[in-house]
Design a protein around this ligand. Structure first.
Ligand code: UDX
Length: 453
């Protein structure tokens, strides 16, 4: 059943992975959305029908809703503020040197909203922010507001995974809102009704009947802000836990993929995020973990557990280098092929990708590096200009003394290793994501090196 949506005028500040997906999806379910970014290059790309980022389904969603007049872009914050009754703050909160989140962009846009607003507005923080940021947003709005403006503030954290962000927005496990009064709760509830009831014609799935109703979690602002950091930190903890178990499996001659399978069948544990490998990267886990540790510290709690999660993740780099040295002895002067640069498959994002640290370590050892990635080469070229980028895995394999699989892109799973065999100088594959069939690789005559198996 399709609910008649009461269309709202929504402003999205920040058109990165979170802002652009949020804007396009809100427009898709019936609202009128204007997105703003201070990066005029991004806005001009969007206005000319281009996409500044790659996310499955996003381009179609943006094009369709721009065409229907329910989604527009501007670089002028004033224009967004004057035309929006609900404003989502989706600006970046990158890590500072000391690991704390840099909230200067959040503070800056909050000040502008206060100064430019002349009526009631609901200000919603969607960027990942430290707990108690909502209090600062409220204070800033009250200090800088013009006479007849008044505000409510809410927290509405995002749980979007890169590579499936549109799917995660339209079919979430839960929607969390941190509010201070019933009016705010009602406004946000009404905004999300189509998604809560899963009653919109889904642009991704032909049949959406399998999607059940979505729970709405209503809390105070502080608790909503914490739900985000606790969720990401717990997921990162799961990953480091299975990576520590992988280290034990190597010593016990056990297979971590089998251990993870047996453990994950326990419904209280679950199979997801139990894939051992070269660890977590991306613009969320590493920075959210650091930020949470710093938040705890400022609140007087030493989060030693999360510090250990970080330490285990960082130790994956040494693990890979040591494995390579166990087989190659000397790395200097050796040609090493890298398959996969993005921090995970189905995204072009290389921010905080384990591949970057591994490449840096190999360069320091004097390796000659070649790399291929289905989507991330353009972004990688800007960060690591001095390696050879190839058009396909076979070019990478040519004359390589070792092949490093660092991102589990589906196209690597069934690669023609018979052909790869004829290209490489040595049949050595280090499978950083335990993606390949160990037995099949060994039968093909490869020295196969996995993680924890
Ligand atoms: C994450 C959270 O999942 C999402 O809810 C939040 O909103 C943003 O941060 P994302 O960073 O896009 O999403 O990627 P995710 O799929 O969580 O993977 C993060 C990293 O963990 C990747 O580098 C991935 O390779 C790694 N990972 C994931 C593992 O090493 N093992 C696993 O089992 C799962």
């Amino acid at each position: 059943m399709v609910h008649q949506v009461e269309s709202k005028h929504i402003g999205i500040i920040g058109t990165g992975y979170v802002g652009l997906v949020t804007g396009a999806c809100f427009a898709e379910v019936g609202h009128k959305v204007i997105c703003q970014d201070c990066d005029e290059r991004k806005i001009s790309i969007l206005k000319s029908g281009g996409m500044p980022i790659y996310e499955p389904h996003l381009e179609d969603l943006v094009k369709k809703n721009v065409g229907e007049g329910s989604l527009s872009f501007t670089s002028e914050l004033k224009e967004l503020i004057s035309s929006s009754e609900i404003i989502f703050i989706c600006v970046g909160t990158p890590p500072l040197e000391n690991g704390e989140a840099d909230l200067s962009a959040v503070e800056n846009v909050t000040r502008h909203i206060a100064e430019e607003s002349t009526a009631y507005k609901l200000i919603v923080e969607k960027s990942t922010v430290p707990v108690q940021t909502g209090i600062w947003i409220k204070r800033t709005l009250n200090i800088y507001k013009s006479t007849n403006a008044h505000f409510d503030v809410a927290s509405n954290p995002e749980f979007l995974r890169e590579g499936s962000a549109v799917e995660d927005f339209l079919h979430p496990d839960r929607i969390v809102i941190g509010v201070e009064n019933e009016n705010t709760e009602r406004i946000l509830h009404d905004l999300y009704v189509p998604i809560l009831s899963q009653s919109f014609p889904c642009p991704i799935h032909r049949d959406c009947s399998f999607h059940r109703e979505v729970p709405l979690v209503v809390t105070d602002i502080n608790s909503a802000e914490l739900i985000k950091h606790v969720s990401n930190s717990f997921l990162a903890t799961k990953i480091s836990f299975i990576n520590a178990v992988a280290d034990i499996c190597e010593r016990a001659e056990a297979d971590v993929t089998k251990v993870a399978y047996g453990v994950g069948l326990d419904h209280r544990i679950g199979k997801d995020f139990l894939n051992a490998g070269i660890g977590f990267g991306g613009f969320c886990f590493p920075k959210d973990l650091q930020a949470f540790i710093r938040i705890a510290e400022k609140l007087g709690y030493d989060f030693a557990l999360l510090k250990e999660v970080e330490k285990i993740n960082e130790s994956r780099m040494d693990l890979i280098l040591n494995k390579l040295k166990d087989y190659l002895w000397i790395i200097k002067g050796k040609t090493i092929g890298i398959l996969g640069l993005s921090f995970k498959p189905n995204t072009d994002d290389i921010r905080f990708a384990p591949s970057l640290k591994i490449i840096e370590r190999l360069q320091n050892e004097g390796a000659i590096l070649k790399a291929y990635d289905p989507k991330a080469i353009d972004k990688a070229r800007g960060v690591i200009p001095d390696i050879v980028y190839c058009n396909d895995p076979f070019e990478v394999a040519k004359d390589s003394e070792a092949l490093l699989l660092l991102t589990e892109w589906e196209e690597f799973r069934n690669l023609d290793f018979e052909k790869i065999k004829t290209c490489v100088r040595r049949r050595l594959v280090v499978d950083g994501r335990n993606m390949l069939d160990k037995q099949k690789m060994q039968e093909l005559g490869f020295e196969y090196v996995g993680i924890g198996r």
